[in-house]
Structure formats: C-alpha cells, structure tokens
Design a binder for this molecule. Sequence first.
Ligand code: NAP
Length: 276
Amino acid sequence: MRVGIFGLGLIGGSLGLDLRDRGHRVIGVTRQSETAHLSIAIGATDEAGVEVGRLAGCEVIFLCTPMQALGTGIAAVAAAVGPETILTDVASVKGAVVGPAEALWPRFVGGHPMAGGSEQGITAASRGLFVGRPYVLTPTATTDAVALERVRLLIRELGARLIEMTVEDHDRAVARISHLPVMVSAALLLNLADDQTATRLASSGFYDTTRVGGGNPQLGLAMAQLNREAMLAELASYRAALERLEGAVQTEDWTGLEASLEASRRARVRVFPQKP
Ligand code: NAP
C-alpha cells in the first residue's frame, strides 16, 4: 500500500520505519527539507519532501504533526488529495480533533498510539515502538466503514493492541493515565528546584518517576489546552488522594498509611502484570 505520513517526528518517523518494514511504500511530507532528507537516510520513508502534493496517490495518510499544527495540516492535506484518500491522526487528545476533522473529511478515522518517548523529532524515531502497545481508534457514528477497516488492518500489522472507544471515553482515560502523570512528574522536577544535595543523590527511582515530566513541553501544553476539563478533574482527584496520604502522616495514622501503600502496591501489579 502507498502510505503517507504528514509530520516526520518521533511518531511519524516510527510509523514510517515499521510500515516500510512491512512492505508498504511510505511517502513523507514535513515542514523542513532537512528532516525529509533525514527520514530517507534512516529508512523511515521511501521519498519525502516539504510539498504536500507528494501525498496525492496515497491510500492512507497518517497526520503526525504536533497537535497545535493539526488543524492547518488536515486542511492542507485535504486540499492536495483525492476524495478516496483515508486520513487518520495520532493526536493525544481526540475531542478537539475528531469532530472538525470528520466535518472536513468524510474518510477520517481518529487514532492515538499509546507509545512514545521523552525525545522529539525524526532522530527520536524507533523501530517496533508500537509492538504490543495499545493503539486507540475512536470511530463515531459517521465514520466511514471502509476507512475504519483499512486503518484497523494497518494498526494490526504494526503489532499494536487495537482498542476502540468513544472520543469522550478516550479523553477521560488519557487524562488519568497520561496527561495527569505529565503534570505530577513535572511538579516533582519543579519541587527539586536547585537543591544541589538532593540532585547529587537522585538515582533510578527519581529517574523513573520524572520521565514524562522531562518530555516535550509543547506536547504537555497541548494536553492541558485541548483536554482541559478532564485534566482539571484528574488534578482535583489526585490532589484528594495526596491529601489523604498527607492526612495519615499528619495524624500518625501509620496503620492507615500502610493500608494505602499496600493498596497502591496491589494496584500496580494489577495494572502492569508485566512490564509494558
Ligand atoms: P515531534 O517529534 O515533535 O514530531 C512532529 C514533527 O512534525 C516534527 O518533527 C516536525 O518536523 C513536523 N511538523 C511540525 N509542524 C509541522 C507543520 N506545520 N507541517 C508539517 N510538519 C510539521 O512530535 P511527536 O512526539 O511525534 O508528536 C506528534 C503527534 O503525535 C502529536 O499529535 C502528539 O499528540 C502525538 N503523540 C505523541 C506521543 C509522544 O509520546 N511523543 C505519543 C502518542 C501520540 P520538521 O522537523 O519538519 O519541522
């Protein structure tokens, strides 16, 4: 299949690497020609450039720009391809994207791979990023059935775990397991401030708990701006959980604190029976 990728960064580049490995011809379009050249050099695209017209003739196009550039990106791609073309995105928030995209392009399928990393750009692209990871599709009542089936097939080919749900369920769930942790992890890093002594002692535990807070600031900003209500609800719920732990320490309720930590230990085993 001839597959297009618009926006060659961590996610776009990683999709390109795996889709080419599975025998697809991958055409990339991105903002900077240097990135396009690099994508060919690392094997993420067969051909690439900055002219959106290159995408004409692709059966399926993955829209992989940052969320802030997605609206203008979809419009530019839509103006350059035929009506049979299937468009799908990878954005971390679906509510702000899917409605307008479907109104503009009937063969649009909302998507979100639950995989990534703290680096950004084409140099951060990696093979096998999606293998075994959840990849969410958010079809609506008006989603084109043929388009949906075609995108499903590609996701399965990537070795990802296909999960389908509504836009609303997706945005609420990612606020809890992805967007809130970015803020919590950022707060841990901000709390460290310039404490030199603590910095010298920071090791694997602090490394693990601060990974997502050390990621792409533009991505975190877009999560807060575009999924604001759900993020606020999760911040409030998290603050309440933290206050319960604080209350136990304040009142020296060691039995209660131990029970809470035991419950959190069991929750982690339940959520991650094995390393994802
Ligand atoms: P990224 O590494 O910054 O890559 C985005 C690429 O898009 C950039 O390399 C840039 O390429 C290109 N670009 C920027 N503006 C553009 C424009 N106006 N037109 C065309 N290309 C443009 O970002 P990412 O992490 O891959 O994220 C991309 C999307 O994936 C976002 O919607 C994000 O929500 C979603 N996502 C991210 C993760 C994650 O963990 N990072 C996980 C799941 C989903 P140039 O070098 O050419 O400027």
